[in-house]
Design a protein around this ligand. Structure first.
Ligand code: NAP
Length: 299
């Protein structure tokens, strides 16, 4: 369907993102830029949804004829539970970042893991046969653990504060998954930082006296030349983890590319059209990075 005017019309198909908070989200920019690039008569908006309201939000979106919802923190588990159907990946993860609406049903999908793999590929990193480490055991970490194992990693080591959560995340990687200590980050070809430590919105909390900054720095201190340090965070572009790892000579990359690629997969699920990646990158103000340090060959 082709859009004739730059504003929504009676024919416009609608998608959006639910989260709490969600007004900071880059998803509207990414998806609307993709619609514009292909001339699609679609519009994408951000919908703040309070915890506990996720089932009503999904049912309401279905009733209103929305074509898809992206799902962000803290609603990924609730969205998976509230959907009418779940992909096998969502069943394993217990979380969804995507709801697509088909035949009057809300179907839960997850594109975070494939988004990470696409961006690692763009950075020239192939997890196959490699020892990799994931810091964290939340929804994003679990998606990363499963994706890296399915991409053929030789070993996926989960490093996390809470032991039980670490074991549950490592189990997703089957035979190649195990939990590990902070010191073991030094032995991984790839270290994925998948906690919220270092996020711009948490800086006030760190200043107020928790140990978030120290923990983020401690992760980076274990990563050095010959390793790829990947932070799922993209705001700020350089977290304390990445800054410390870069100072040690590691190749570093933030999560902006993962954001773009997971959105591109959602775009395909929602519209059935190939995603215009250059337009999506342009919406964020630039070209995809080869790497942040300019030292990708150091690996
Ligand atoms: P989450 O479910 O809340 O998971 C948080 C994890 O971080 C938990 O394992 C938790 O450990 C750990 N953690 C939290 N505070 C900690 C602290 N002070 N010290 C040590 N560990 C701590 O979060 P999430 O949804 O997985 O998201 C994680 C990050 O990934 C967020 O910054 C999010 O924005 C980012 N993300 C980026 C993308 C992208 O496209 N780039 C996609 C998804 C997520 P415990 O288990 O011990 O509690």
């Amino acid at each position: 369907m082709t859009r004739k005017a730059p504003w929504p019309a009676a024919t416009t198909l609608v998608a959006g993102v639910i989260g709490d908070p969600v007004r900071h989200s880059l998803s509207p920019s990414l998806h609307n830029a993709a619609y514009a690039a292909l001339g699609l008569d679609w519009a994408y908006a951000a919908f703040p949804v309070a915890p506990g309201d996720v089932p009503d939000a999904i049912a309401g979106a279905l009733a209103l004829g929305l074509r898809g919802l992206s799902v962000t923190t803290p609603h990924k588990e609730a969205a998976a539970a509230a959907a009418d159907g779940r992909s096998s990946l969502v069943v394993r993860l217990g979380a969804a970042n995507t709801i697509r609406f088909r035949d009057h049903l809300a179907l839960a999908e997850s594109t975070d893991g494939v988004g990470l793999l696409d961006d690692l590929s763009a950075a020239g990193f192939d997890p196959a046969g490699e020892r990799v480490a994931v810091i964290g055991a939340g929804g994003a970490a679990r998606a990363a653990v499963l994706a890296l194992a399915e991409a053929g990693a030789a070993e996926v080591v989960v490093v996390n504060r809470n032991r039980a959560n670490a074991e549950a995340a490592a189990a997703l990687a089957g035979d190649v998954g195990r939990t590990g200590a902070l010191e073991e980050l030094a032995e991984a070809a790839l270290v994925v930082q998948a906690t919220p430590l270092g996020m711009a919105r948490r800086r006030g909390e760190a200043a107020a006296g928790d140990d978030s900054l120290a923990a983020s720095l401690a992760f980076g201190e274990r990563v050095a030349k010959g390793q790829l340090a990947y932070d799922l965070i993209y705001d700020p572009p350089e977290t304390p983890f990445l800054a410390t790892a870069a100072a040690n000579g590691a190749t570093v990359r933030n999560g902006l590319g993962m954001l773009v690629h997971q959105a591109a997969h959602q775009f395909v699920l929602f519209t059935g059209e190939p995603a215009p990646l250059p337009a999506m990158w342009a919406a964020l103000g630039g070209e995809p990075p080869k790497d942040v340090t300019g030292d990708q060959d150091a690996r």
